[in-house]
Design a protein around this ligand. Structure first.
Ligand code: PHE
Length: 422
């Protein structure tokens, strides 16, 4: 038998009533994983009132069949329609439009449905069947075949198939996660991709790079000059740990890599042009099933390296499936909240979801010469609670517990810590 002890705190007293509800709802662990036995909680009458467990769930007019894989929760579903990246004056909207300005001749897709097939989110991109991202503890499933997208890459194949050569996709993405100030189960990503004709890649890339440089210099002549490259740290090398694809000639891959790194470095420098602190960027090797080689880009903020972007050379298999066999190119996925937190000085990821005018009205006078820094507003003093419970099952995942807390207390609970598991 395992005793699991969590400590959690919120800044309001409303949490006391949540605490009681939470305790009685521990039985929900059972509906998330039928092997759980919660020995000291009462059974609530219907823990998921919007879900008719034997039948279906209707989301925005479409009905979905439910099955053993279903694990979407009411608090998550209630956020599907918020579309923060489309709300004028919201920091995520401001950031999205700034990124779009850096890629002016791209096609933009900002309203693709976050409810996607598992095929699109994972299979089409070459995720192995046992990839941990597929598990129910990490992703939200509506049923065995339909899920909430975990990344904007879920739309890559579909957009490449429409013969697009350069595009940006923005949208909300969903991953089950911890509770603290920098994690939230919904965040926003911006996917970018550009592909070139294999045959005359040198010419296409050099024309495009000239264009990007001229774009940057127009901007820098209006404002402070762009910071120089010394602040970008990149010792990544092509090796067997992060290889090029066997179907790609090294010379052509090198052109694409240079173009990708130039596009992203210049984007980040431009976004942070008015940032007070010195900007440090670094590139590190990474792995994604749908790019090779792959990298992550990180920025240094408040003493820590923050990952803000995953990227790489698109797997040829994805381009071939899309009917773009004669192309080669790059793709990236930027995490918008991480960048916006640094840019606007927003200390807690949950503030993006606030309906409080003290938050929303702060950004209405934004113009791109001046980033508006977030001004904190008062909160009630913190109130800390501990809770322990017993389960007679080894197979416990912290995310299942966090999900219950979110459903009951929504964003009132600011931090949840597993104190002991014995
Ligand atoms: N989809 C990846 C993620 O969410 C990021 C990525 C996008 C990586 C495009 C490579 C290419 O982590």
């Amino acid at each position: 038998m395992n005793r699991i002890q969590f400590s959690y705190y919120s800044s309001t007293k409303q949490l006391t009533s949540c605490y009681k509800k939470l305790f009685s709802s521990l039985q929900n662990l059972k509906s998330l994983n039928p092997s759980f036995q919660v020995l000291s909680a009462e059974t609530p009458s219907n823990p998921y009132p919007h879900v008719n467990h034997n039948k279906s769930l209707t989301i925005e007019g479409t009905s979905y069949k439910l099955d053993d894989q279903t694990n979407v929760s009411p608090s998550i579903l209630s956020k599907l329609s918020r579309n923060l990246h489309l709300q004028p004056h919201h920091p995520l909207y401001i950031l999205r439009t700034q990124i779009e300005q850096h890629f002016p001749h791209f096609s933009y897709f900002n309203t693709l449905n976050p409810i996607v097939t598992v095929q699109k989110n994972f299979d089409d991109l070459g995720f192995p069947k046992d990839h941990p991202g597929r598990s129910k503890t990490d992703s939200y499933y509506i049923n065995e075949q339909i899920m909430l997208r975990t990344h904007t890459s879920a739309h890559q194949l579909e957009i490449f198939s429409k013969m697009n050569k350069k595009f940006l996709i923005s949208g909300d993405v969903y991953r089950r996660d911890e509770i603290d100030s920098s994690h939230y189960p919904i965040f926003h990503q911006m996917e970018g991709a550009q592909i070139f004709n294999m045959q005359n890649i040198e010419q296409e890339i050099s024309e495009d790079k000239k264009y990007l440089i001229s774009l940057n210099s127009t901007i820098s002549s209006q404002k402070t000059p762009l910071r120089d490259n010394n602040e970008v740290n990149d010792d990544t090398i092509i090796s067997s740990n992060n290889p090029i694809q066997s179907c790609h000639p090294i010379e052509q891959v090198n052109y694409v890599i240079q173009h990708l790194k130039f596009s992203l470095n210049s984007l980040i420098k431009k976004l942070f042009i008015n940032h007070d602190e010195n900007l440090k960027i670094r590139w590190i090797d990474a792995y994604f099933p749908f790019t090779s080689p792959s990298w992550e880009m990180e920025i240094f903020f408040k003493g820590k390296w923050l990952e803000i972007c995953g990227c790489g050379i698109v797997e040829q298999d994805v381009l071939n499936k899309a009917g773009q066999n004669d192309k080669i190119g790059w793709a990236f996925g930027l995490g918008l909240e991480r960048i916006a937190m640094v840019l606007f000085d927003i200390p807690d990821i949950r503030l993006f979801w606030s309906h409080d005018e003290r938050f929303l009205n702060q950004f209405t006078n934004f113009n791109d010469n001046k980033i508006i820094k977030f001004q904190p507003f008062s909160k009630f003093p913190p109130c800390i609670k501990d809770i322990s419970f017993w389960l007679n099952d080894q197979d416990f995942h912290e995310n299942n517990f966090c999900e219950i807390i979110r459903d009951i207390a929504e964003d009132l609970v600011e931090d949840v810590k597993l104190v002991s598991f014995s």
